[in-house]
Design a protein around this ligand. Structure first.
Ligand SMILES: CC(=O)N[C@H]1[C@@H](OP(=O)(O)OP(=O)(O)OC[C@H]2O[C@@H](n3ccc(=O)[nH]c3=O)[C@H](O)[C@@H]2O)O[C@H](CO)[C@@H](O)[C@@H]1O
Ligand SMILES: C=C(OP(=O)(O)O)C(=O)O
Length: 417
């Protein structure tokens, strides 16, 4: 077991390069097993979820090479076999194997996924989509079994805007007969990245990034080369870190338009933002002002930055309100932050945060990935020493977090417990 030990109170200053996006990477990798050839995926973040994907594919007998930030996956070696449940349960995105295998082999057997504990995480919209395409789905003993004689394109209206369901249906529909329309689709940058990857493999997908995605099924997908987009959430985390520590960080390798909602909210606090073509400079100016946040599907403010943002709002002047509209239980971290002097109360889907002068170091737990990011940010802001335990959650989604922070002047070490 490892933990982070942080001596806080140092403004972060310098330049940081953003890694490839976790939520694009974890969908593009399983999509590659649909190719009748080799896919080379570049700019992958070296995070636990990506390593876990390499382990899952290898355990299924698929030929995979993973070095530095590049993975080569030979889809010709893929078979519709069930991956080990203990690997599948280590992340959320393992459910994309259902869409990918169903599309290619018309059959998939995959255990129910894991992922962050942030509320109920149903997969009814994924199942509704697969069934509409003609698959029979059974869930027994924690395993999803999907099978189809043939998949036939159709119109699928999502009852909730779901990233996972949009991507999973897109995967299966890419190799269905005829045209599928996904209505009320998720518009996140990672949805677009997966569509671009599938199109590079020979799929025919139009409209990704809008509410309606049109997929004309093809008989075969081929190998291709693809570079993963920069991570919007990692970029946002560093932007918030600059603001919260009163620092000055230039964040490179970003797509600034993906960060519009975060820029807008940081500007409301009085943080200075200077965007350029593929980088953003963020200057934290004290004192900062309170603001209200409502999480929403893209292009709204991302739920995955709700927890880090709470740390910033804990040290601004005045009272802020965060309303979490995506997940029904994403405020568990508030109790951890209270150990550091956070003044907040949770009422249903909202947290009301009253700004304090300083947070103070304490021993806190990274109860999930972004809660972990919030604990690290709080440790960087706080007076005194903070210990963040359970950091394996953080390692699921941030590449070289402590090295990147150290380069910005942070006093953070990874210590074996
Ligand atoms: C690996 C990955 O990409 N994870 C992201 C993905 O999770 P994930 O894909 O699991 O999240 P969804 O977008 O599917 O979920 C959004 C909302 O829809 C609901 N829902 C979802 C599917 C379904 O079949 N039925 C249903 O009711 C969920 O309970 C939630 O309230 O998008 C979330 C929302 O941006 C992010 O927080 C996660 O970081
Ligand atoms: C909730 C998250 O991840 P996952 O869906 O992989 O659990 C996240 O990245 O914040």
């Amino acid at each position: 077991m490892e933990k982070f030990v942080i001596d806080g109170g140092v403004p972060l200053i310098g330049e940081v390069r953003i890694s490839g996006a976790k939520n694009a990477a974890v969908a593009v990798i399983p999509a590659a097993i649909m190719a009748d050839g080799i896919c080379v995926i570049n700019n992958l973040p070296r995070i636990k979820d990506v390593q876990n994907w390499a382990n899952i594919l290898k355990s299924m007998g698929i030929h995979v090479e993973f070095e530095e930030n590049e993975m080569r996956i030979d889809g010709r070696t893929a078979r519709p076999v069930e991956p080990p449940i203990e690997l599948v349960q280590q992340m959320r995105a393992s459910y994309y194997l259902v869409g990918a295998m169903l599309g290619r082999f018309k059959k998939a057997v995959v255990g129910m996924p894991g992922g962050c504990s942030i509320g109920v995480r149903p997969i009814d919209q994924h199942i509704k989509g697969f069934e509409a395409l003609g698959a029979k789905i059974n869930i027994e003993h924690g395993v999803i079994m999907a099978e189809a004689e043939r998949l036939v394109g159709t119109n699928i209206f999502l009852d909730v805007v779901s990233v996972g369901a949009t991507i999973n249906i897109m995967l299966a529909a890419s190799m269905a007969e005829g045209v599928t329309m996904i209505e009320n689709a998720a518009k996140e940058p990672h949805v677009v990245d997966v569509a671009n990857f599938l199109n590079a493999m020979g799929a025919d997908i139009k409209g990704a990034g809008t509410d309606n995605i049109r997929i004309r099924g093809v008989k075969k997908l081929s190998g291709c080369y693809h570079t993963i987009i920069p991570d919007q959430i990692e970029a946002g985390t560093f932007m918030i870190a600059a603001a919260a520590t009163g620092g000055d960080i230039t964040i490179t390798n970003v797509i600034p338009t993906h960060l519009d909602s975060i820029i807008a909210k940081l500007e409301e606090t009085g943080t200075l933002i200077i965007p350029s073509e593929d980088s953003i400079r963020v200057i934290g100016k004290r004192p900062l002002k309170s603001t209200d946040i409502r999480t929403q599907p893209y292009p709204g403010f991302p739920t995955d930055l709700q927890q880090p943002m709470a740390v910033l709002l804990s040290v601004v002047d005045g009272t802020s309100m965060i309303t979490e509209n995506v997940w029904d239980n994403r405020f568990k971290y508030i109790d951890e932050l209270k150990k550091m002097g956070l003044k907040a109360k949770v009422e249903g889907r909202s947290a009301i945060i009253e700004g304090v002068k300083n947070l103070t170091g304490a021993k806190v737990s990274a109860t999930d990935l972004r809660a972990g990011a919030a604990m690290v940010l709080a440790g960087l802001v706080a007076h005194g020493q903070t210990e963040v335990i359970d950091i394996e959650h953080i390692d699921r989604g941030y590449e070289f977090l402590e090295e990147k922070l150290k380069n910005l002047g942070a006093k953070i070490k990874r210590v074996k417990e």
